[in-house]
Design a protein around this ligand. Structure first.
Ligand code: GCW
Length: 689
């Protein structure tokens, strides 16, 4: 059934005047086509009038039409309408379902292009897909795209506090203006929805998982309803992070015990109140009994009892997303083992509308971790992947690190339980901790936009390669010139490994500064909770370095399927990328490279620093393709990264030398400063803490 049919041509009047290239337009710039690509567009879209809706007009179709109109006008650079001839057109032919999964087709035909699919969102996603193709210079006469989302839930988790501070945010203040909502809806909220819809993101938790109870108060529900109304046509559902103890803090109850009838009634009423204002409210995201947050264990109840109580309040209307990121200072076992130990016994105990959200690795968003052993190990529980788009442990916004290769690594990992991680989470979804903020370029740096983009694209289709995503992002964001794309994409692809190498090579992890996680601090050993100390993770002494997670150590290895554990159990055979994650070895441990472990470590640090130097050099050579404002901004960040990569290398090596007493291999550059110098640095003002 076709509910709406719109015919669109490019409209001259809508061609925007040239705008400053400050990054605000993200990948939706639609820079004017040139040469042959422009000629093709002229033949294709010569019509001036915009003919709208002969069928039922819906807000979603209206947005799709407007996006196409604007996008084509921009791509045509104002010249499209000058061509003559019978107009080809774009037909939006989508079913009446206001939501739907969003699967779409985009097909060229004799009359132009048809965008189709079973629901309204098909036309929206199809419109963005068409613009994505045209922006890269595709021929509008030969399109034949069929696409469907691999995962139902493609979600951003904002760690934004209602007061505007963003936990682990490196791009300014929160984009959500709770103070002025609901009366004032910032245009940014629409531009944010556009950006998300253009990459298929369809759910947003608007507040920090370290939640304040008061976001559940009526005045906040009113504010949230305004956002939900604005985002609904873009296919975005809102979620709230809920504080487990809210019945006490807001409801005046004595307890938040999930088995207490008054507590259950409070949540049920709260859910009804929210659904009265937001009929398609997504549900609650919950961090419980983790890092000091309240939870069911405070009352001797399990995670499942806590989650199911909220699930009952939401009923079939919504979903509880319960985070598996738990570890406790009272638990002496390896932190990497704790989530698995707490959750595996609960497999099958969660209600149908509960999802357990699992971070990519068992510790915490490190530059590299093996995949989390819970994936594949809870066949009777709906598991969802949580990734971190904001770069808490990867150099904040000033280091260029393209994260798609990291996510691809985890999605493609074979769990040993008959499925890859992507296959385990595909029936459910993926959440990414957002990197948006009030900075004009949204993400704190131009290249961090690529991580937002890549997250959405991978959640839509985890089989996309990091390279393909980088190519389409770079072409849309900066320049579609093949010489530019061919130079910038390899640099992006190498960037995450560079960060691993200069920060935490060979499987090391969590060596960052205390609290803010900025800069190297492998020397920190005295913090109250053992697992807050970098030396808990590296365990370096005169004899060796690394965390023994084999049966002779914490035996975290045993949490993996035997076929997977077998790859990692032998320090001689293991992929060196995971060596010190699973093994403690001597400084002279022979590596496959022929070097000793110590020499290999030094080589890795140097390789990371060298890669960043190459990135800066590559970027210098690309000035011709990029507007001066953004070129300068990226250059400035790369200069910071060059110096901080050296800081990481020098600080870390100085510390390892103080422990192992070894000289640097001959010909190696000595550290620029003394260990005391590195240890003395402090950054109380580091953002995001
Ligand atoms: O990575 C850690 C962060 C905390 C964060 C926590 C979590 C929201 O340092 O800032 O809290 O993870 O994921 O809950």
């Amino acid at each position: 059934m076709t509910a709406g049919l719109a015919l669109i041509g490019a409209a001259l009047a809508l061609v925007p005047s040239a705008q400053a290239e400050d990054g605000y337009d993200l990948w939706l710039r639609h820079a004017p086509l040139e040469g042959e690509a422009l000629e093709r567009l002229r033949i294709f879209a010569p019509r001036v009038e915009v003919e709208l809706y002969r069928g039922d007009e819906t807000p979603t179709l209206a947005i799709a039409a407007r996006e196409l109109d604007l996008g084509l006008a921009k791509l045509g650079g104002g010249t499209v309408a000058s061509a003559s001839g019978a107009g080809s057109a774009i037909a939006l032919e989508c079913g009446s379902d206001p939501a739907g999964a969003g699967e779409y087709t985009v097909r060229s035909n004799a009359k132009g292009i048809a965008i189709g699919g079973p629901g309204q969102l098909s036309c929206l996603y199809g419109a963005y897909a068409l613009l994505r193709e045209l922006s890269q210079g595709a021929d509008p006469r030969s399109l034949d795209i069929v696409s469907a989302p691999a995962m139902p839930l493609r979600m951003l988790n904002h760690w934004d506090n209602p007061d505007g501070h963003v936990e682990r945010g490196y791009s300014g203040r929160s984009i959500f203006d709770w103070w002025h909502l609901p009366e004032r809806l910032d245009q940014r909220m629409i531009d944010y929805a556009r950006a998300n819809a253009s990459i298929g993101i369809n759910a947003v938790a608007v507040n920090n998982v370290n939640a304040t109870a008061y976001v559940l108060e009526p005045r906040y529900i009113e504010k949230l309803a305004r956002l939900a109304d604005a985002w609904r046509p873009y296919g975005i559902r809102v979620f709230l992070s809920a504080r487990f103890s809210a019945p006490r803090e807001l409801g005046g109850l004595e307890t938040a015990d999930p088995l207490d009838p008054a507590v259950r009634a409070w949540w049920a009423d709260k859910a009804d109140e929210i659904y009265a204002a937001i009929p398609d409210f997504g549900g609650f995201l919950v961090k419980a009994n983790s890092e000091g947050q309240p939870g069911p264990q405070d009352y001797g109840r399990t995670h499942a009892e806590g989650a199911n109580m909220l699930a009952e309040a939401l009923r079939e209307r919504g979903t509880v997303i319960w985070r598996a990121f738990v570890y406790s200072e009272h638990d002496e076992t390896d932190r990497a083992k704790q989530a698995y130990a707490e959750f595996i016994p609960l497999d099958g105990a969660f209600a149908d509308n509960v999802i357990v959200q699992v971070k990519n690795g068992p510790i915490d968003f490190q530059p590299r971790e093996p995949f989390h052993p819970m994936f594949g190990a809870m066949p009777d529980t709906r598991l969802m992947l949580e990734a971190q788009i904001t770069k808490e442990y990867l150099g904040f916004a000033s280091h260029l690190a393209y994260l798609a290769p990291m996510w691809e690594e985890v999605l493609d990992a074979d769990t040993g339980h008959g499925a890859t991680v992507a296959q385990v989470v595909a029936p459910v979804g993926m959440a990414g901790v957002a990197n948006t903020g009030s900075d004009r370029n949204w993400s704190g740096s131009d290249f961090d936009q690529a991580n937002w983009y890549a997250f959405g694209r991978l959640a839509w289709d985890p089989s996309l390669s990091s390279e393909q995503i980088a190519r389409e992002w770079a072409a849309q964001t900066f320049s579609r010139d093949p010489a530019f794309v061919d130079a910038v994409v390899p640099m992006m692809l190498a960037s995450r490994q560079a960060v691993v190498d200069y920060m935490t090579p060979l499987g090391l992890a969590h060596l960052m500064g205390t609290g803010h996680h900025y800069g190297p601090a492998p020397w920190v050993c005295e913090l109250e909770r053992p697992e807050w100390n970098p030396c808990y993770y590296h365990r370096a002494d005169a004899d060796g370095i690394g965390f023994d997670r084999t049966p002779s150590g914490s035996d975290a290895l045993s949490q993996y399927a035997p076929s997977v554990a077998a790859h990692w159990s032998d320090p001689e055979a293991i992929d060196p990328a995971y060596l010190l994650w699973f093994h403690r070895v001597g400084w002279n441990h022979p590596m496959r490279s022929g070097r000793s472990l110590w020499a290999e470590l030094v080589a890795r640090y140097d390789s990371g620093v060298g890669e960043v130097d190459r990135m800066a050099q590559t970027w210098r050579g690309l000035a011709h393709y990029v507007d001066p404002q953004r070129h300068r901004a990226v250059s400035a960040n790369l200069a910071i990264q060059q110096s901080e990569a050296r800081w990481w290398r020098d600080g870390s090596l100085s510390y390892w030398q103080s422990v192992n007493g070894l000289e640097l291999p001959a010909g190696t550059r000595p550290a620029a400063e003394s260990l005391d110098h590195y240890r003395s640095l402090s950054f109380p003002e580091a953002p995001g803490n």
